[in-house]
Write a protein that binds this ligand. Structure first.
Ligand SMILES: N[C@@H](CCC[C@H](N)C(=O)O)C(=O)O
Length: 376
């Protein structure tokens, strides 16, 4: 698989300094999403082809300078294919985003309700050695049931989860960019977990109404024996000879949250060997749809720390639905209040499980990593 974004100065477009830029104004190829680049006049095409496109600003000012000096570019029988010219010829154009290091390939799929890549292709694109590298591929699709958009996602193993919290924050920023919107923006998004409502804030962070948590065991789903109210809270789960106390929560996708093994006082999450224990939770027979697993350390009733082993993606730097599930579980187990800062390896998320409407709200960042195209 040849990857334009990662291999050529003329086709890579990295934000010049993502830390110093205003979040609502990411640097991007000016016509990256606009088919008009394919019909540019030949002169500007040649100019663009001859000037390395390190950043769009450089290319525009260099082109303007060249034009004002009346520089003539030689005629060529077949123009060299540049990054922008490739968009009409079998390349997948994408923007890579991350939410606290949980990274995704975002694809503009607004013209079709069929994902533009198959699950197998998604797994290849996500490969960190032979592909672009990501935890998942996300498709921005036409809305259904009156929503503005539909979001679908493939995990890095090609499986399709119902929802993705960090992903939907990236999705909102991607939509704003596609639609040339800035400032506060709110979208209704149809997902496998139902209606999700992200709202971009003035500071570029995204607050998401993640809906109501699902606690009924058969809906999570888990085969663990439920309590009288059908939930699985502080139940025992034996994994490879160790008995863990777990609480099971679905945020549209399944989560198994543990604050430690039976009898353990305060779990030290940095000491866990996730690669060893994570897969045994994920594929445990008690979870018929597999599960995401969160290991949680409590600093205070409003400050938690978690590490996650994700279904279909392994250890990731952050998991938005996981952080929501953690706060719900912490409240149910009497370990925390309804508003918490949750520290993840990639940074903190603010989570609130609001009493008024029973919805969970998540606030966190979403940033562009780079723009690219790949033949597929
Ligand atoms: N990282 C995501 C969750 C992605 C889906 C998950 N791997 C699953 O299979 O359920 C998040 O931020 O929520």
């Amino acid at each position: 698989m040849a990857i334009a974004a990662a291999t050529s100065a003329s086709t890579t477009t990295l934000p010049s300094s993502s830390a110093s830029r205003a979040p609502s104004a990411p640097v991007r190829p000016s016509s990256f999403f606009s088919p008009s680049s394919a019909s540019s006049p030949p002169q500007s095409r040649l100019l663009r082809a001859r000037i390395p496109l390190r950043t769009p600003r450089l290319s525009i000012s260099a082109a303007a300078a060249a034009a004002s000096m009346s520089v003539r570019t030689p005629e060529r029988s077949s123009p060299p294919s540049s990054f922008l010219d490739r968009r009409e010829s079998g390349f997948l154009h994408f923007v890579k985003y991350h939410g606290l290091g949980n990274d995704f390939i975002l694809v503009d799929n607004r013209d079709s309700s069929e994902p533009r890549v198959t699950p197998e292709q998604a797994a290849k694109l996500c490969d960190r050695n032979f592909g672009i590298g990501a935890d998942g591929v996300i498709f921005a699709m036409p809305g259904i049931n009156g929503t503005d958009y539909t979001m679908r996602i493939f995990n890095s193993d090609g499986s399709e989860p119902e929802m993705c919290g960090n992903g939907v924050r990236c999705f909102a920023r991607f939509i704003a960019e596609l639609e040339n919107l800035s400032g506060k923006q709110r979208f209704t998004v149809h997902t496998g977990a139902g209606l999700i409502v992200p709202e971009i804030q003035d500071d570029g962070k995204v607050t998401v109404d993640m809906g109501e948590p699902i606690l009924k065991a058969s809906d999570v789903p888990t085969k663990l024996l439920p309590n009288k109210d059908h939930s699985v809270v502080k139940s025992e789960l034996k994994v490879d000879g160790v008995t863990w106390n777990v609480t099971c929560v679905s945020m549209g996708n399944p989560h198994c949250v543990t604050f430690g093994a039976k009898g353990e006082q305060n779990l030290q999450v940095d000491e866990l060997n996730l690669a060893e224990i994570g897969p045994n939770f994920e594929h445990h027979e008690m979870f018929p749809a597999r599960t995401n697993t969160e290991f949680v350390q409590v600093f205070s009733p409003s400050h938690l720390k978690m590490r996650v082993w994700e279904r279909g993606a392994g250890a990731t730097l952050a998991c938005g639905t996981g952080a929501c599930a953690v706060v719900v579980a912490a409240v149910l187990e009497g370990r925390a209040g309804r508003s918490c800062t949750v520290d993840l390896p990639g940074g903190p998320l603010e989570i609130e499980w609001r009493e008024k409407d029973n919805h969970v709200y998540m606030t966190g960042p979403a940033e562009v990593v780079f723009y690219g195209s790949v033949p597929i």
